[in-house]
Design a protein around this ligand. Structure first.
Ligand code: GLC
Length: 513
C-alpha cells in the first residue's frame, strides 16, 4: 500500500479557483498573494488543506488546464516566490496545499509541442501521440492535423488546443503506436516526475491529478495507466513519501491500485453523484432518490477492499453551483452528508456561503456553461463584493448581480447561516475519528424516494449513526446497538427509544451507538 501523509486522514479541503478568489493588485483577477491573505478565513472555517486549480503559465484557453510551462507561475497570479510563500504560510497555520497537475496534455503553445511539430527528429518528436501520416487519425481520439510541417495527426485529450502527451498504448496495433516502455513514453513519464519534483521540493504537499485515468491510450480497464502510476508511486515513496496524491479518475478500485491515496467521485459517468445534488429531482431537494448512488458507492467501496477513499466535492469549477439546485436549509443537510462521508470532503470556494450559479454569462477562458460557477468570491458588501478594487467592467468574471447575494462577512456574524452550520459540521467531523476519511461505512437506509440516507461510520470502538433526511417524512431508523449521545443535530433533536432513532423531515442527526 502507498505510503501516506498522516494529515490527509483528517483533512477537509477547500478548492480555490485562483482567478476568482481574491485580487490584491487591482487588476481584476485573483492572485496567489490574495490566497495567502485569505488563509486565515479558510482556517477559521475549519478546513485544513487547499486544492488550487492550475496556476501555471498558459494561454488560458481552458482556464489554465492548458499549461505552457509547468514550472512557472503565470505572471497574472504572481511569481514562483509568491507560491512558495503561500506554501510557507499555509504550513505555519498547520495547513497543506495541493497543486493541480495536468499530466495528460499541454497547451499547443508549450515549447515541447512546438518542437514536436517539426519535421526533423528531435528530443520532443515522441513527446505527444502522433500518427505517421496526416491522412491517418488516432482512432478513438480527437486530433490536430494540418498545422505542422510534420506529416502526422496528433491526438487531443480535451479541447482542440490540448494535444495528448505520449505515455504509450496499452496494446499497440499500428506502427506509430508506441509501447508504454518505449523511449518516448518513458521520457514523458520522467519529465512529469521532474515537474512533481520541482514543486514538491519547494514545499507543495502533493497534487490533485487532472484526468489521471486517461494517460495510456486504448487502455480499457486501466491496467496500463495503473502500472504507470505505480511507477510514479515508487518514485514518490523513495523521494517524497509525504506527498499526497488525489486523482480525478472516478474509479477508486483502479486509482488506489495505482498508488493514489484518494479518488474523486465524478459528476459524470456512472457515479450517480448528480442524483444527489444536480438533476431534475435531486435527493437533497427532498423528492429525489439516492438509492442508485448508494448502490454504486457500495460497489466501489467493496471493490477497493473497503477503503472508502472516494472524495465527494460540494461542487467544483466544472459543474453547476450546488445552490443552483438545492435551496434554503436543504443545503445544510447536503453539507451534513458531505462532511460525514469517508474520503476527504472538498468544499468549492463560496459553496460554504451558498454562492449562486450566475446565469447568462458569456464564456470566459473555455468555461462555457462552467463560467457561472466561477464568479468571484463574495467577501463583503463593499465594491465588487470585496474581491477586487478594479473597475467592475475589468473583473475576470462579473460578480453575481443579485442584490441579495450572500457574503462571507455577513454569514460569519450569523449563527444560523449556512457558513456557521458548515463550520459546526467540520468541527464535529474533526472531533470524531469515525466520521473522518478512514472510518468505515455501512449503509442502513439508501435514500429511496421518501426515505432518508442513513449510515453507520465507525473507527475502533467509536460508532456513529448518521441520518440525513431531506424528505418531508418523519423517519425511524432501527440499528443493531444502543443509540446514545447525539453529537450533531439540525432541524430538531432526534427522539431515541430502544434501538431506534426518529427524526423529523428536513433534519439531520449524528448519534453515537
Ligand atoms: C478536468 C478539469 C477541467 C478541464 C479538463 C481538461 O476535467 O477539471 O476543468 O477542462 O480536465 O484538462
Amino acid at each position: 500500500m502507498a505510503k501516506r501523509p498522516e494529515w490527509l486522514d483528517s483533512a477537509v479541503f477547500y478548492e480555490i479557483y485562483p482567478q476568482s478568489f481574491k485580487d490584491t493588485d487591482g487588476d481584476g483577477i485573483g492572485n496567489i498573494n490574495g490566497i495567502t491573505e485569505k488563509l486565515p478565513y479558510i482556517k477559521e472555517l475549519g478546513c485544513t488543506a487547499i486544492w488550487m486549480n492550475p496556476c501555471f503559465d498558459s494561454p488560458f484557453g481552458d482556464a489554465g488546464y492548458d499549461v505552457s510551462d509547468y514550472c512557472k507561475v503565470a505572471p497574472r497570479y504572481g511569481t514562483n516566490d509568491d507560491l512558495v510563500h503561500l506554501f510557507d504560510e499555509a504550513h505555519r497555520l498547520g495547513m497543506h496545499v495541493l497543486l493541480d497537475l495536468v499530466p495528460g496534455h499541454t497547451s499547443w503553445e508549450h515549447p515541447w509541442f512546438k518542437e514536436s511539430m517539426k519535421a526533423e527528429r528531435n528530443e520532443y518528436t515522441d513527446r505527444y501521440v502522433w500518427t505517421d501520416s496526416i491522412w491517418e487519425r488516432p482512432e478513438g481520439y480527437g486530433s490536430l492535423r494540418g498545422i505542422s510541417e510534420r506529416d502526422g495527426s496528433c491526438a487531443v485529450n480535451f479541447f482542440t488546443h490540448q494535444p495528448a502527451l505520449n505515455y504509450g498504448w496499452y496494446k499497440p496495433s499500428r506502427p506509430w503506436q508506441q509501447a508504454m516502455d518505449s523511449e518516448g513514453a518513458t521520457a514523458t513519464r520522467e519529465a512529469m516526475k521532474d515537474v512533481m519534483r520541482f514543486w514538491l521540493s519547494r514545499g507543495c504537499d502533493g497534487f490533485r491529478v487532472d484526468m489521471a485515468g486517461s494517460l495510456v491510450k486504448n487502455d480499457e480497464d486501466g491496467k496500463g495507466t495503473i502500472a504507470l502510476w505505480q511507477n510514479v508511486r515508487a518514485f514518490l515513496d523513495e523521494e517524497f513519501p509525504e506527498a499526497a496524491m488525489v486523482s480525478e479518475w472516478g474509479e477508486p478500485r483502479q486509482s488506489l491500485a495505482g498508488g493514489f491515496h484518494m479518488d474523486f467521485l465524478l459528476h459524470f459517468g456512472e457515479s450517480h453523484y448528480n442524483d444527489l445534488f444536480r438533476c431534475g429531482k435531486p435527493f437533497f431537494g427532498g423528492k429525489g432518490d439516492a438509492s442508485a448512488f448508494v448502490a454504486k458507492y457500495i460497489d466501489s467501496y467493496e471493490r477497493s477492499q473497503r477503503r472508502g477513499l472516494i472524495c465527494i466535492p460540494s461542487g467544483n469549477h466544472d459543474m453547476d453551483r450546488l445552490a443552483r439546485h438545492i435551496k434554503g436549509d436543504a443545503r445544510k443537510l447536503a453539507f451534513a452528508f458531505l462532511l460525514s462521508m469517508p474520503g476527504a470532503p472538498y468544499i468549492y470556494y463560496g459553496d460554504e456561503i451558498g454562492m449562486n450559479y450566475v446565469e447568462g454569462l458569456r464564456s470566459v477562458e473555455g468555461g462555457y456553461g462552467r463560467t457561472g460557477s466561477r464568479s468571484p468570491m463574495q467577501w463583503d458588501s463593499s465594491a465588487n463584493a470585496g474581491f477586487s478594487s478594479a473597475p467592475a467592467e475589468k473583473l475576470y468574471i462579473p460578480i453575481d448581480p443579485d442584490p441579495a447575494r450572500p457574503t462571507a462577512k455577513a454569514q460569519m456574524k450569523d449563527a444560523d447561516s449556512l457558513r456557521s452550520e458548515v463550520k459546526k459540521l467540520i468541527g464535529v467531523r474533526q472531533a470524531h475519528k469515525a466520521l473522518q476519511s478512514l472510518g468505515e461505512i455501512e449503509f442502513v437506509c439508501d435514500g429511496a424516494p421518501g426515505k432518508p440516507l442513513a449510515y453507520i461510520r465507525s473507527s475502533g470502538d467509536e460508532r456513529i449513526l448518521v441520518i440525513v433526511n431531506p424528505t418531508d417524512n418523519t423517519a425511524d431508523i432501527t440499528v443493531n446497538g444502543t443509540p446514545g449521545e447525539t453529537v450533531y443535530s439540525f432541524g430538531g433533536a432526534p427522539v431515541i427509544s430502544g434501538n431506534s432513532v426518529r427524526i423529523n423531515g428536513g433534519s439531520a442527526a449524528f448519534v453515537k451507538i
